[in-house]
Design a protein. Sequence first.
Length: 59
Amino acid sequence: MALFRSRNHFRVPTLRLGPVVAVVVVGLLIAGLVALAVIEPRPPLRHFEVPVSNERFAR
């Protein structure tokens, strides 16, 4: 019985590491997007200006 218990204890941490790694990766991606939006706020504004000019031509 002790052997089965030790195996179960070994499997639990591996199952917990999977979601933790996924959360860390998602957190890093969100932090990167936020950093880009905060550090470089002007390029997105330029990108938004381009479709507006295209809409004016379409009208």
